[in-house]
Design a protein. Structure first.
Ligand SMILES: NC(=O)CC[C@H](N)C(=O)O
Length: 310
């Protein structure tokens, strides 16, 4: 558990102020208009404590597009639904490739390297589409339950844009289907995947909703079992090795926390037995990870001595 939350809040404020005044690099995602129009100056950091309390600084209560952070939640739902069968259809190795790469998928006969690159998340979306009668609604309900907030919503503007610019994801899904690794019809799989990506949440909501991964699978607020301790371990392991895409090695080397980024500029990091940190800043580096979001996490982890490798 994080102690002395007042000091932690002062630290978050100081870090946010320091980062917003630095000359920053990076580029806001512009593959869809709905993301391109988000102001590059947004900046936020929030820490959810394992006892359910939280502190934040900057725009930490403002919703943004969670994008690939949704892959974590989809994965947990799929693991809960089909158990170890999932690992017959998706691997658990780092890809060493950009998040939306297609090359490896053909070499490896339609089996995605891991569930947190696009191909893997589309595979997970197929599992959810095939095993829930209303998978999009089930996903939204899951998010609302985890965040303890019924106001969480799907940003229709982002969803529509994703659909209109979804050719690469469609290509990944059709390639997997050609290998027999996708069961449902591709339009339904894509619709589920883009719905997940289009969920809007704030840093505070995201940090709270992932507390179960810092607490061996149990939501510390409701005491509800969200997944088994073994699956919480597995998700954290995948996030440690692949959550920051092809920057995961460097992230483990310099920060040492299971983490997941999204092209909306959000980054979440799990601190087992302590809580969850979420940062947000839209400009991205060449890996698709938030520049300031990663800096904020690095500074905080260093100052507080947080690393799972200590
Ligand atoms: N890295 C990401 O956040 C990618 C999500 C994005 N919607 C895509 O599918 O390309």
């Amino acid at each position: 558990m994080f102690k002395d939350l007042a000091r932690l809040q002062a630290k978050l404020k100081a870090l946010v102020t320091e980062q917003e005044n630095l000359c920053q690099q990076g580029k806001v995602a512009d593959y869809i208009p709905a993301l391109a129009k988000v102001p590059a100056t947004k900046i936020a950091a929030c820490v959810a404590n394992i006892n359910g309390s939280s502190v934040g600084a900057g725009d930490y209560q403002e919703p943004f597009s969670i994008q690939s952070i949704s892959k974590v939640f989809g994965l947990v739902m799929a693991m809960n639904r089909i158990g170890d069968d999932l690992w017959q259809r998706v691997n658990m190795e780092p890809s060493g490739q950009p998040f939306n790469s297609i090359i490896q998928l053909e070499w490896e006969k339609g089996i995605p390297r891991n569930p947190v690159i696009n191909a893997g998340a589309l595979l997970v979306a197929d599992v959810l589409t095939s095993h829930f009668s209303t998978s999009k609604l089930a996903f939204l309900c899951f998010m609302r339950t985890l965040a303890h907030d019924d106001n969480i919503y799907i940003d229709q503007d982002v969803y529509q844009s994703e659909l209109e610019h979804g050719n690469r994801n469609a290509a990944l899904a059709y390639l997997m289907k050609s290998f027999g690794n996708i069961e449902a019809e591709i339009p339904a799989v894509l619709s589920h995947y883009f719905t997940q990506c289009a969920v809007a949440m704030s840093c505070e909501q995201l940090a709270k909703s992932l507390l179960f991964l810092a607490n061996k699978g149990v939501d510390p607020i409701s005491k509800q079992v969200i997944c088994t301790p073994r699956d919480a371990h597995r998700v954290n392991a995948i996030l440690s090795t692949s959550g920051m895409y092809d920057q995961s090695g460097e992230f483990a080397f310099s920060i040492g926390l299971p983490a997941k980024s999204g092209v909306g500029g959000g980054v979440v990091a799990i601190v087992p037995n302590y809580g969850v940190i979420c940062t947000w800043s839209p400009p991205l580096n060449s890996f698709g990870n938030s520049v300031i979001g990663t800096n904020l996490l690095a500074n905080l982890a260093q100052e507080l001595g947080l690393s799972i490798y200590h």
